[in-house]
Design a protein around this ligand. Structure first.
Ligand SMILES: Cc1ncc(C[n+]2csc(CCOP(=O)(O)OP(=O)(O)O)c2C)c(N)n1
Ligand SMILES: [Mg+2]
Length: 330
């Protein structure tokens, strides 16, 4: 329940960020459909943008984020440079990880994005380590880890929740429940209806939010982040949303009920939030058009940057892989 509405400029910024994330990922979808334009799988978070902007909006610059395979929105909302992110997704040497990570294992130190991983359930134990370091060094910062409804069933996630609660770590678990884990529906892979209710099993707050409503995500994430920051231990937030595209761009959703998909397309957070802010007089239709035009321009700049960048040289393959490796010291 929203108790306090965020300020107008914050809400306009969330809308603008959602529009930008969607434009960035729509362009990736186009490129993925072209032969040889992008290497590897493309996994997009279309429809889930409100979770990214709401959670990231609750954080301070020092906070650490860890994400999974569906990470572009989290990283862009956090302020990752679209040019070097796009170049990385294209596998280019100018990419944020010099073309060695690709889209699925990104690290963006400039914005404290410690890692993203496509190993389902890998993020929470890593986040545990980051939060332990923050507590040990008596920092004010917290760690936020994004994971899916499918990942919520992994043993590693339960172990991380248990230890985080025992040690009272400053760790916010964000379960982005998009109703699918690959081609398995929520009902097929999850024994309970509300994943947030697992918080009580680990003696931490567990709250369910409408993941298509950025205001609600921001308000709850801010409150739970404050709980973590105050030394009261971890918290769990479940953001209920929907994956509007296939698991990856190779997946044409043949197993999805068209009526269910149409229902959720009607709840597309970009449209609903744009309409809401327009009705409240915070933005005009022209403002939204300008945001869309600026997003398209910025995305094309990123694509041009990536496409004009070289691929890494084969002889550089082992550089920047290990810290202090004997090879680097030579
Ligand atoms: C340990 C592990 N098991 C299985 C996979 C294959 N896999 C990749 S994504 C995915 C579904 C994950 O679902 P969820 O956690 O809900 O995230 P979503 O894809 O819906 O964002 C699976 C099973 C994997 N990458 N790693
Ligand atoms: Mg899922």
């Amino acid at each position: 329940m929203i108790t306090r509405k965020p300020k107008g400029n914050v809400r306009r910024a969330m809308l603008s960020d959602m529009i930008f994330i969607r434009a960035f990922e729509d362009r990736l979808a186009e490129l993925a459909a072209q032969k040889d334009a992008l290497p590897g799988m493309q996994i997009l978070a279309t429809g889930q943008e409100a979770v990214a902007v709401g959670v990231i909006g609750s954080l301070n610059p020092d906070d650490v984020i860890i994400s999974n395979h569906r990470s572009h929105g989290h990283l862009l909302a956090r302020g990752a440079d679209p040019n070097t992110l796009m170049a990385e997704i294209m596998g280019r040497a100018t990419g944020v990880n010099r073309g060695k990570s690709g889209t699925l294992h990104l690290i963006v130190p400039e914005v404290n994005a410690l890692m993203t991983s496509t190993v389902v359930g890998a993020g929470p134990p890593m986040a545990l380590g980051a939060a332990f370091a923050q507590q040990y060094k008596e920092e004010e910062a917290i760690t936020v880890v994004f994971f899916g409804d499918g990942a919520a069933a992994e043993g590693s996630v339960h172990e991380a929740m248990n230890l985080a609660a025992i040690w009272k770590l400053p760790l916010l678990f964000v379960c982005e429940n998009n109703c699918w884990a690959g081609a398995q529906s929520l009902a097929e892979h999850c024994a309970i209806g509300v994943i947030a209710s697992r918080g009580s099993a680990y003696n931490m707050p567990g709250e369910l939010v409408d993941g298509n409503n950025p205001d609600e995500v921001l308000e709850t994430a801010t409150r739970l982040a404050a709980h973590c920051r105050a030394g009261r231990g971890p918290a769990l937030m479940e953001a209920f949303t929907y994956r509007l595209r296939g698991h990856g761009e190779h997946d044409h959703q043949h197993y999805v009920d068209p009526e269910e998909l149409a229902l959720w397309k009607g709840k597309d957070p970009l449209t609903t939030y744009g309409t809401k802010l327009t009705e409240e007089g915070l933005v005009t239709l022209q403002d939204i058009q300008s945001m869309e035009m600026e997003a398209a321009r910025r995305v094309e700049e990123a694509v041009a940057f990536g496409q004009s960048s070289p691929f890494p040289k084969p002889e550089e393959a082992l550089e920047h892989v290990w810290v202090n490796s004997p090879r680097d010291r030579q």
